[in-house]
Write a protein that binds this ligand. Structure first.
Ligand SMILES: Cc1ncc(COP(=O)(O)O)c(C=O)c1O
Length: 378
């Protein structure tokens, strides 16, 4: 039997409706969207439709959507592209201390070429404070990048308020919605971000496709030079097959948002209730309320190596600490939230998805409980 899949924040399976939408473009509709003949036109029409579907989900104009190879590229282009093109305006960037590596590694790189970066602390629930952001802004701050929801603990940041602070000061605001898009509403008429990163494989589209919303008029230095695809933002023949998958996934995410939200929440609550009733001293990391409906980051007290190894044989989840022969390397997010090392090393992220069933949850609870108590006697 394969392990029970509770790792939807790592990646999701492709939705069958998405596969169906992609199939013709894997077969007869193989044209290059830049070509002038029938094959090109049918790909071009599909590209236009996909752009509209993505734009519709985040409530922006389709011309503001640039397709990329995924969340990592979107974050790289947003930060590096903006910083390099706007260096003459200032060289200070603000981000949080719990961003995905595709943001923090870009910030570290920018530091090596002269930019100054402030990494905002978070509280023990993983939230960034508006006051701290306000206090960190300087005369030469040009960019603020704060993720919408954290991938490990699921904490949702007050993006509307954070973006508002940036806007009042005339600073560009970027948010990474790789984890939130499709799980909770991302409406840019309300959020008012200048750039938004999207990752396809977190919302039932294939891996290797994503998008970046770039507000009309913003100037970014290109990462990839060549021909004029993606309104001149990203050269290279479009990954039409996967772009169509992303478009369809966005259409479905919008259509099914409230149904999926309720399901994800019901499944993760069932999991938490079951675990907490049988292992009383477990601790939930992340914000108790302002959290993604599907994410449960749980610290198990007094675990040993046996626990992680055996758990992952039965349940596909993620560790909050990587175990290397009795040494535990605790995640940056849990460190920033000041989760005590003793608890952090026994942390597991369970993330449910729209395909998760109550039976899977019940089975997962009994497996976790069994392994937890077995390891205590090992
Ligand atoms: C918050 C966040 N940002 C960015 C990414 C990177 O996205 P991709 O895997 O599409 O490059 C991830 C993936 O785990 C993520 O969780």
């Amino acid at each position: 039997m394969v392990p029970i899949y509770l790792d939807y924040n790592a990646t999701t399976p492709i939705d069958p409706e998405v596969i169906e939408a992609m199939l013709p473009f894997l077969e007869e509709k193989f044209g290059n969207p830049s070509s002038m003949h029938w094959y090109g036109i049918s790909s071009r029409k599909a590209l236009i439709k996909a752009r509209e579907q993505v734009a519709d989900l985040i409530n922006c104009d389709p011309s503001e959507i640039i397709f990329t190879s995924g969340g990592t590229e979107s974050n790289n282009y947003a930060l590096k592209g903006f910083a390099l093109a706007n260096r003459h305006k200032g060289n200070h960037i603000i981000t949080s201390s719990i961003e995905h590596p595709s943001v923090t590694e870009v910030c570290k790189y920018l530091q090596t070429i002269g930019f100054k970066v402030t990494y905002l602390p978070v509280d023990n629930k993983g939230s960034v404070s508006l006051k701290t952001l306000n206090e960190s802004i300087k005369q030469d701050t040009i960019l603020i990048s704060i993720m919408h929801a954290n991938n490990e603990v699921g904490t949702i940041q007050p993006i509307e308020e954070l973006a508002n602070i940036a806007q009042e000061k005339g600073i560009c605001f970027h948010t990474d919605t790789a984890q939130s898009l499709g799980k909770i509403p991302v409406d840019n008429k309300k959020l008012k971000a200048d750039m938004i990163s999207i990752a396809g494989h977190k919302l039932y589209a294939p891996k290797g496709v994503g998008a970046l919303y770039v507000k009309d008029g913003l100037s970014l230095e290109k990462l990839i030079l060549g021909a004029n695809q993606e309104h001149g933002h990203r050269a290279g023949t479009e990954n039409i097959l996967e772009i169509i998958g992303l478009g369809k996934a966005c259409e479905i995410a919008k259509r099914d948002m409230s149904k999926n939200y309720n399901h994800l929440k019901a499944m993760s609550s069932r999991l938490w209730d079951g675990l907490a009733s049988d292992i009383p001293n477990i601790k939930l990391n992340g914000h108790p309320k302002k959290r993604l409906p599907n994410t449960l980051n749980v610290s198990f007290p007094e675990i040993n190596e046996y626990f992680q190894i055996n758990l992952f044989l039965e349940i596909a989840a993620s560790a909050g600490a990587a175990c290397h022969s009795s040494n535990f390397k605790i995640s940056q997010v849990l460190k920033a939230m000041k989760v005590p090392p003793e608890l952090a090393k026994g942390t597991i992220r369970f993330s449910t998805g729209k395909m998760t069933t109550p039976d899977e949850i019940d089975m997962a609870i009994s497996k976790v409980v069994e392994i937890y108590y077995k390891q205590k006697v090992c």
